[in-house]
Design a protein. Structure first.
Length: 225
């Protein structure tokens, strides 16, 4: 490792097992536990194929903090016209968030799956127009969307002892993202640089990159092309 940096091998319940060949399954980077999959897996969202379907699949909303709920509530006037009538009705009835069956605070959903802040619009992807793409009304209005959404397919978990863990979530609807990531040889942690910096800071992200580079030099993970 560079300087005084170290990536301790750590085993922690519920975080998962990394898939890097010969790479420690769990790394401790300045007190944040990460699955080595975040370093070894390649990923890049392919909206031309999936059209943002992760915003409308699943049986619960996106995890949010109380601070994020307040920010979202303060943004409602800016996004209200982009929301469907059904979404507006849900928000009027129960607010922008609710507590799911697991006790987590999540964004409200419509019809048991769609996030209330889902809207549809054409977008430009690599010079091509992708019609009817699922977008976040908060992001469209230049507001900050929940960090859990920005980090996906990385999922954050806080354990009972307060430790934070990051894991790579594999979902079959994201196969096109895995395919595109492999074509581009783009590691997941580099694809998600902006949200990782937003969540943990530039210094932490740079340490993550330095550790990945060191593991790469040792032959534990694939070289960048």
């Amino acid at each position: 490792m560079n300087g005084n940096q170290s990536a301790e091998v750590t085993k922690h319940p519920s975080l998962g097992e990394g898939k890097g060949v010969g790479c420690p399954p769990i790394l401790d980077i300045s007190g944040i536990l990460i699955s080595s999959d975040i370093l070894t897996e390649e990923f890049c969202c392919d909206l031309e194929v999936c059209k943002g379907v992760c915003c409308i699949e699943g049986d619960a909303g996106a995890p949010v903090t109380l601070d994020e709920v307040m920010e979202i509530e303060n943004s409602l006037d800016d996004v209200w016209s982009d929301l469907s009538a059904s979404a507006q009705s849900v928000i009027d009835r129960q607010g922008v968030a609710y507590t799911d069956q697991e006790g987590d605070l999540v964004t409200s959903i419509v019809g048991g799956k769609d996030c209330v802040f889902t809207c549809y619009a054409p977008i430009d992807v690599d010079g091509k127009t992708v019609h009817n793409c699922c977008l976040c009304a908060l992001e469209k209005a230049a507001r900050v969307k929940p960090i859990s959404c920005a980090l996906y397919p990385i999922r954050e978990k806080t354990f009972s002892d307060g430790t934070i863990g990051l894991n790579y979530h594999r979902w079959d609807i994201c196969q096109c993202g895995r395919d595109k990531g492999r074509q581009l040889h783009l590691p997941l942690y580099r694809f998600l640089r902006i949200p990782l910096v937003r969540r943990f800071g530039e210094a932490w992200y740079q340490e993550l990159c330095d550790i990945a580079d060191d593991l790469r030099r040792q032959g534990y993970i694939r070289k960048l092309e």
